[in-house]
Design a protein around this ligand. Sequence first.
Ligand SMILES: Nc1ncnc2c1ncn2[C@@H]1O[C@H](COP(=O)(O)OP(=O)(O)OP(=O)(O)O)[C@@H](O)[C@H]1O
Ligand SMILES: [Mg+2]
Length: 381
Amino acid sequence: MKAVLLGSGELGKEVAIELARLGVDVVAVDRYAGAPAMHVTPFHKIIDMTDADAIRYLLIEEEPDLVIPEIEAIATSVLVDLERDFPVVPSARAVHLTMNREGIRRLVAEELQLPTSPYCFVDSPEEMREAARSIGLPCVVKPVMSSSGKGQSVLRDMNQVDEAWRYALEGARGKSVRCIVEGFVNFDAEITLLTVQHSGGITFFDPIYHLQIDGDYAESWMDLPGETIEQAQDLAQKVVKALGGWGLFGVELFLVGDEVIFSEVSPRPHDTGLVTMAAGDISEFAAHARAVLGIPVPPPQRFPQAVASVPIKVRGKGRPILTGLDEACRVDSSVQVRDFGKPYVDGERRIAVVVARGASSEDARRLAHRAASKIDVMLVD
Ligand SMILES: Nc1ncnc2c1ncn2[C@@H]1O[C@H](COP(=O)(O)OP(=O)(O)OP(=O)(O)O)[C@@H](O)[C@H]1O
Ligand SMILES: [Mg+2]
């Protein structure tokens, strides 16, 4: 069995490890050499994954049994065209619809009629102004194609429209200038509900709560399901069924009082789900690997304690070298560190994650933060 992994970052690395454990030959693909997943598999390819011809050529050359997209920035229309010959997981439709905010928002809000924030799609600053007027301030502006908060801003004043438009265009992936304007959801909490669609049905992990700073996750923790869990699971189940295919999905939801509102979904493991590496018997990566291979995924069994994760980020230029791992692990016996092994950073990048367990979520979060504070990062040439 041979799988082509499109995207070889830290999440892809863990998926590659889990697939290798199940006997799959993984070809790790990315646009640069030495990407995290390339450290754990002997087969690598370096291509521009936004180039449709490059993807087509790669698939014809490699003839994989499975294509596993691990990032959004892929020429997904080729995957749709070639899916008959090269099966895509969870499905080419899921990957294609979710790489553009318009595809997934229209499916969830208009076809499935599930609750989302109010929204409009706009193609100019004038349309943005009109949308903000009709939705009401504050509202959130995002390019339809972007991730990790790139190009995203909150509009609190009509005078900010031109700036929000410029910022969105700068952060957009690809050539589209289209943006979504969303009503600002004043949520009590936001969660990722990891939902596995597999040969034996649908399985859920416990909800993962998270804090985002500038559109990027700053900590996540897994907690017991609250009263809205059935509503959340029902919504997540409808979304993954409509997207189709076997695999793990990260369904992002806002909790507002006793209401659950859909935000977005990744048809693959989620960064906030790194916390599952220390949560119980099966991580989100192992669940994804099993599901895509047609192996059933029983409900994950949790350790009795709560669990939290804190990513380690660095800003600057150079090869990151982590020190202080020993001190971090001495903070508590439950602490684990994963160095992603990124060969080079330029700008702000996430380079490692710390996970820890505690008697309560507060304890687990405190321990993970304390352990993270013991780690130093050097950037060398
Ligand atoms: N309509 C909204 N109301 C309030 N907050 C929002 C809204 N949309 C997004 N946010 C906040 O911004 C964060 C990032 O938004 P979103 O997930 O849509 O962007 P993204 O670029 O796809 O990020 P990622 O790739 O990290 O998931 C959300 O997790 C949430 O904290
Ligand atoms: Mg998100």
